[in-house]
Design a protein around this ligand. Structure first.
Ligand code: 3HC
Ligand code: NAI
Length: 750
């Protein structure tokens, strides 16, 4: 901004009354000549949540609450005071709402939703109604992302100008709520019901160009000096006597809306939104926008918003939002420490995992050398990668040019000598400790000093692998999930000697390849597979006790899992689970019922889908109940003196989920995981645990740890030796219950 043209209001910035008091205090200190303390206080004032300046006839109201200008109580109060100041100033003819942050506004302050603060005056919906009623034009100057309440703020303005890189979206549905500050009422009035329904139920933002074409933006700026452009635009509007606008004057244009639009739309999202509460309320809100005048529509929106915001689902989804951000924070580590430069990556093994991992790096523009033991395996691996890219290209997910560029970044090799210049290696050979040890010995011999050496092992001891090298500090586990080019989760296994900068480097690298990283300590199966084991143990034991695989699976999918356990193990391979258990056989010798059905199926060569039979029979795309499995379970139960009985869905859920929660408590107490929300990220991103339940640990907090503990104790006493072996409450669970705390309250070491 050209400061020469500023009016006398220039640094009259203190907007909230708290800041005004600070200003007075500062002035008094100035009078008493406190030269050293005064600058601190000026700083505080200059970082007031809202800045207010007047330039000619234009008041510039700047959101100044980085990093995301979350519209918390303070910022809303500041906005209202600034607005009232501009309204009362006769010289002001228009207001520009701008941002001092990199983005425009990330919406309402999500952390306020669990208190009354979110609804304290001035609440966002009423504030925006006030803005909309302004007699002076309001111009939103959208310099970047405007999401949720941030976008709703722009909708209550009369005109919108944006930078080309701006994005507008209403992602509330991902937080288990709906846009509650007019978004569901104003957006359909501006862009029509179809586009609004799609945007509100998907939460996916649109770019500036599309927003302009939809009439959501009035102008895209060049970006040379955005604020100046926005002010010039405001001046032009003043000069042309541009009118103020209000959505209250608009109704939703339904002339092109098919009569069955909402019915069809509901059908189209049914699968994706199964079990979620908010999407249906989003649709009802848009229907209300069509049926009702703005004022009543806003009331309906508010009612639907209130229904959503108190649900366990809303708490769960908001928990996951913060979990995602917390996962990168490692106690005692400075995330800003110098990291190693990763430009070139080596991958050992071009099988199922190696190929997918290679694609992740190529997609991020990082060069890959893919090493195999034999030429034909290498060719197979490279062909599989090419085929995968071709499928994506056919689906329109990438262009031929992008595909060619990605493929050019992946080079195959049969020689370890080619790995001398790579900055990081990820080993993805067979899950066999001796083969992995020999690979790491070779890597130690050829890789340059400082190269990070990672293993994709699912279960093996990363310390033992690291010990094969003379540089265990450079060794770490990077546990990708299958298909590795698709699945978001990346478990980072911090070995005992892993250097801090190696850990921070891989955390940052995970972001570059668009993964959700979660750090785990060393233990059999790390966080995910270790907890999945008792879950699977109970699922199959329930079959032994008389539940059919289909009943177990249905109870689990009704709970919200993407697939039931018996279907999952058939897909992953019963043989794979069999070999994984080999590592813990010595701990299981006392329980002959442990995974006995899986072992029998494995010994019969029924490995699941790949052999056409496992827990189910597979015919084409059909999955059929297998009477032989039911018979086998009945016979085995008799042999083991287990009386088969009717089993309720409640028991299926409690035994499978609570046994994994119990294991999660042990994982927390051992320090394998830093916080319970990390565990929740693992299960919602890697295992198909329902997002709307927030992960197993959040689910336990929601159910109440006392209830979980009581059920565990009940099964311990009711299930004979099985109960006694497996339903031993974790000491941490008992401790938290005794202290009246939840998992959320617990951080490793606390
Ligand atoms: N409320 C509270 N805190 C928020 C927030 C919000 N709306 N958005 C971001 N934050 C916090 C993050 O937790 C993080 O805190 P931390 O540093 O302590 O971990 C910090 O701001 C920075 O966030 P990111 O790391 O995510 O920053 P990015 O630059 O990567 O991304 C963003 C910025 C795209 C805005 C992303 O933060 C985001 O998607 N935010 C949420 C957007 C959203 O869902 N808005 C709807 C809110 S609900 C609403 O508006 C209701 C209304 O309809 C009434
Ligand atoms: P895979 O059998 O599909 O591929 C392994 C590849 O490694 C084969 O192509 C083989 O030729 C190659 N190989 C074997 N020894 C080698 C050596 N000494 N040097 C170079 N190449 C060698 O196995 P997959 O499924 O890709 O698994 C690899 C690793 O990833 C295992 O540790 C596994 O536990 C882990 N993992 C597997 C997941 C899965 O779902 N498949 C999921 C997560 C981890």
């Amino acid at each position: 901004m050209n400061t020469n043209t500023l009016s006398i209001h220039t640094v009259n910035t203190a907007i909230t009354s708290y800041d005004f008091k600070l200003l007075c205090f500062a002035a008094s200190l100035w009078a008493f000549d406190y030269p050293f303390r005064f600058p601190d206080i000026v700083d505080r004032i200059m970082t007031a949540l809202v800045k207010y300046e007047v330039q000619g006839p234009v008041a510039v109201i700047t959101l100044n609450s980085p990093p995301v200008n979350g519209l918390g109580n303070g910022l809303r109060a500041g906005l209202l005071e600034a607005y009232e100041t501009a309204t009362q100033d006769k010289a002001v003819k228009a207001m520009v709402i701008a941002s001092s942050a990199k983005l425009f506004c990330g919406g309402a302050d999500i952390s306020e939703f669990d208190s009354d603060k979110a609804f304290a005056k001035p609440d966002l919906p009423s504030l925006l109604v006030t803005f909309e009623a302004s007699q002076k034009p309001l111009i939103a100057a959208i310099n970047g992302v405007a999401l949720g309440g941030g976008m709703e703020l722009t909708l209550a303005c009369d005109y919108r100008i944006a930078l080309p890189q701006a994005k507008l979206g209403l992602p509330e549905v991902n937080l288990g709520i709906l846009p509650g500050a007019g978004g569901t009422q104003r957006l359909p009035r501006l862009v029509g019901a179809q586009k609004a329904t799609q945007m509100i139920t998907s939460g996916v933002p649109i770019g500036a160009q599309e927003a302009l074409e939809l009439g959501l933006l009035d102008k895209i700026a060049t970006g040379n000096n955005f604020l100046e452009e926005a002010i010039a635009y405001a001046n032009a509007l003043i000069e042309s006597n541009a009118p103020v606008k209000t959505c209250a004057d608009l109704s939703v244009d339904t002339s092109d809306l098919p009569s069955d639009f909402f019915a069809e739309f509901r059908k189209s999202i049914a699968r994706r939104t199964k079990g979620f509460f908010a999407p249906e309320r989003c649709i009802q809100a848009v229907e209300a926008a069509i049926a009702l005048p703005l004022k009543e529509g806003l009331e309906k929106e508010n009612q639907l918003f209130q229904e959503c915001v108190v649900t366990p689902q809303a708490r769960a989804q908001q928990h996951l939002f913060f979990a995602q951000r917390a996962a990168g924070r490692i106690p005692g580590l400075d995330p800003k420490m110098a990291i190693r430069d990763i430009k070139k990556v080596g991958i050992i093994g071009a099988g199922t995992m190696g190929g997918g991992i290679a694609m992740n790096f190529a997609n991020a523009g990082i060069e890959v050398k893919l090493l195999e033991i034999k030429g034909d395996a290498l060719e197979r691996g490279l062909n599989a990668i090419k085929k995968n890219y071709e499928i994506s290209a056919k689906r329109g997910k990438l262009t031929q040019a992008q595909m060619d560029a990605n493929l050019a970044l992946i080079q195959g090799t049969l020689s370890y000598d080619d790995l001398g210049d790579v900055d990081m290696v990820i080993e993805a050979v067979f899950e066999n400790i001796d083969i992995k040890k020999s690979v790491f010995k070779q890597l130690d011999a050829v890789c340059k000093p400082g190269a990070i050496l990672a293993t994709n092992t699912s279960y093996l001891d990363v310390d033992e692998i690291a010990a094969q090298t003379k540089r265990p500090e450079d060794v770490i586990g990077l546990h990708f999930f299958s298909p590795a080019n698709v699945m978001k989760l990346l478990e980072i296994v911090r070995a005992t000697k892993t250097a801090d900068d190696v850990l921070v480097t891989v955390l940052k690298t995970a972001q570059r390849i668009k993964k959700t990283p979660v750090v785990s300590g060393i233990c059999w199966g790390f966080i995910g597979n270790r907890m999945f084991e008792p879950y699977g143990r109970e699922a199959t034991r329930l079959v032994l006790e008389g539940a059919a695989p289909a009943q177990v699976d249905k109870a689990l999918t009704d709970f919200g899992w993407a697939m039931g356990f018996c279907s999952v193990i058939d897909l992953a391979g019963i043989d794979v689970g069999f070999f994984a258990r080999e590592g813990i056989r010595d701990q299981l010798a006392h329980d002959p019922s442990y995974q006995v059905l899986c072992d029998q199926l494995n010994n019969m060569g029924r490995f699941g889908q790949k052999t056409g039979r496992g827990f189910y029979i597979y015919e084409g795309r059909d999955r059929l109940e297998d009477p032989e499995v039911i018979e086998m379970s009945s016979k085995t139960a008799q042999e083991l003196n287990i009386t088969q009985r009717e089993i309720s869905d409640k028991e299926i859920i409690e035994r499978t989920i609570y046994s994994m929660i119990n294991e999660g408590a042990k994982i927390l107490e051992e320090g394998v995981s830093y916080r319970s929300s990390d565990i929740d990220l693992v299960f919602t991103n890697g295992y198909g645990f329902p997002v709307h339940k927030g992960g197993p640990m959040q689910y336990a907090d929601e159910v109440g740890l006392d209830n979980v503990l009581a059920a565990i104790k009940k099964y311990q006493s009711e299930l004979g030796s099985h109960g006694d072996n497996w339903f031993k409450p974790a000491p941490l669970l008992e401790k938290l219950v005794a202290e009246g705390k939840s998992f959320k309250d617990y951080q490793t070491g606390s």
